[in-house]
Design a protein around this ligand. Structure first.
Ligand SMILES: [Fe+2]
Ligand SMILES: [Fe+2]
Length: 138
């Protein structure tokens, strides 16, 4: 993947991370039901992880000579307030994020250590999110 294409792909993921941070924070505020308090706390923490992913992507984009987008991927903003809906939406979103990052990772040389490791670290976080959300399912 050439540099311009890589910057474009990372900016797409950055717009998605912006949406994920907003979505988790909003779901945390709206969630109701028997486990609401525990789930609320966890969704807030995940929202914070997505903010950090956006930060990491911005640094990599600038290092590559690009301009970090401020766009928000609207297709990833999915309102919900019921626990089962929230879990289903976010499990699907995490799976899509893992697939998209894995595709990008395959195009990055391992010699490009910082970028390679950054994407790997983000994928590990998204896999942890996915596992936790699956474990919250009744
Ligand atoms: Fe993320
Ligand atoms: Fe995530």
């Amino acid at each position: 993947m050439d540099n311009a294409k890589l910057i474009e792909e990372l900016n797409k993921m950055l717009a998605q991370e912006h949406a994920c941070a907003i979505r988790y924070a909003t779901h945390a505020a709206c969630v109701s039901g028997p486990y609401a308090e525990a789930v609320k706390a966890r969704l807030k923490e995940i929202s914070g992880d997505e903010v950090l992913h956006a930060e990491q992507l911005r640094d990599r984009i600038v290092t590559l000579g690009g301009n970090p987008t401020m766009a928000v991927s609207e297709k990833d903003l999915k309102p919900a307030s019921k626990l089962d809906e929230i879990l289903a939406i976010n499990i699907q979103e995490e799976k899509e994020a893992i697939a998209a990052y894995t595709k990008i990772l395959e195009t990055i040389s391992v010699e490009n250590v910082i970028l390679h490791r950054t994407i790997e670290d983000i994928i590990r976080d998204e896999q942890e999110h996915l596992e936790e959300l699956e474990n919250l399912q009744p």
